[in-house]
Design a binder for this molecule. Structure first.
Ligand code: CU
Length: 111
């Protein structure tokens, strides 16, 4: 009887820890002369998302990235990866683009 209880408790703790450590989804984005690559990103809802953005060119106006719906606007230094934590997302589409809002560059599809 005791063994069964212990087995159940161990089972529960494994289940609980698996639930706590939901894997972060890292998304690498490059800024090249073509703009943001990739410019369409699929992620699942409820999973913490981190963008890792690296600007690799001076040829575009995208020296900043902005995500209007998240109130995010950050500088992109050349050849340095910038991490942007978006947290867990709900279903929908999130637009991102350059700092000047001219280049309607990409979307994150949460589905
Ligand atoms: Cu621009």
């Amino acid at each position: 009887m005791k063994t069964i209880l212990i087995a159940i408790m161990i089972g529960f703790s494994i289940f609980a820890s698996a639930k706590v450590t939901d894997a972060t989804k890292n998304v690498e984005i490059s800024v090249t002369s073509k703009g943001f690559e990739p410019n369409a990103i699929d992620v699942a809802p409820g999973v913490p998302v981190v963008l890792q953005v690296t600007r690799k060119t001076d040829d575009t106006c995208a020296q900043q990235i902005q995500i209007p719906s998240k109130n995010i606007k950050v500088d992109l230094p050349l050849n340095k990866t910038v991490k942007i934590k978006l947290g867990k997302l709900v279903k929908g589409e999130i637009r991102f683009g350059c700092g000047m809002n001219m280049m309607d560059s990409g979307k994150i599809y949460v589905k």
